[in-house]
Design a protein around this ligand. Structure first.
Ligand code: URA
Length: 235
């Protein structure tokens, strides 16, 4: 539980002194009720606040980059399995960050997390066309025919149609795959549909944003504006 003026100042609404005046003037509502005492206490996570009728977002917006290791599921909580959230420092978990899209339990690499829903949508939505680059080790060797089939848009064994994607052979049993969408097990299923079962998969980039030298298992905060510029840069 925290004081109303503290919750609002943490959210960057105004200074404590200004907030005291605003609250006393009846401009602040908590869970639909006008509160005129700045010392009134609320649960800072659940309380819904408005100032002059506008909703207050209580969290500063953050964007995190994670180098996900294999073995963790991409979820904010799971009753049975370890999740990527255990790698996120408490200071960010308190800000309600969640993964942007998903990497399978066995897949490693670049995973973004944010508490900015609009930003997450801009990154995930195929409409916005962000290319995600994967490095795969797999059975067989990709042929020119495979490259063309990826380009045309594959149809998976269950009838799922994929958007046009890029397959770049990297020699025997290794390829780079670029996709603009994030269907369930998409890259593994695309490769399997061409008889190239994947044994190792790592996302190495989203747009022009790469992992850099972020060590496996580490998380770092990035500048939202600069990072979104890199992510949405045309490849
Ligand atoms: N495609 C997959 O098959 N797995 C991932 O984790 C991401 C893309």
């Amino acid at each position: 539980m925290q004081r109303l003026d503290k919750i609002l100042s943490d959210a960057g609404v105004a200074s404590r002194k200004q907030l005291k005046a605003m609250i006393r003037a009846g401009r602040v509502y908590a869970d639909g009720v006008c509160v005129t005492d700045e010392a009134a206490k609320f649960d800072e996570v659940s309380v819904q606040l408005t100032v002059d009728g506008a909703c207050v977002s209580k969290y500063r917006k953050v964007l995190l980059m994670m180098h996900k290791p294999a073995g963790l599921v991409t979820s904010t909580d799971d009753p049975r399995q370890r999740t990527v959230m255990e790698l996120v420092p408490e200071e960010f978990r308190k800000l309600n960050v969640a993964p942007v899209g998903r990497l399978d339990k066995d897949t490693e690499g670049l995973l973004l997390l944010t508490n900015d829903g609009d930003l997450a949508h801009r990154i995930i939505s195929p409409k916005h066309g962000v290319w995600k680059t994967y490095y795969a080790e797999h059975e067989g060797t990709a042929s020119q025919e495979d490259v063309q089939m990826f380009e045309q848009g594959l149809t998976l064994s269950d009838g799922t149609k994929c958007l046009s994607a890029k397959l770049q052979p990297q020699g025997s049993g290794k390829s780079l795959i670029l996709v603009q969408e994030g269907k369930y097990h998409q890259v593994r299923r695309m490769m399997a549909s061409r008889n190239m079962t994947v044994s190792y998969l790592k996302r190495i980039a989203e747009g022009a944003l790469t992992l850099g030298d972020l060590p496996k298992g580490e998380v770092m905060e990035t500048d939202i504006v600069e990072t979104e510029r890199l992510i949405t840069q045309m490849l």
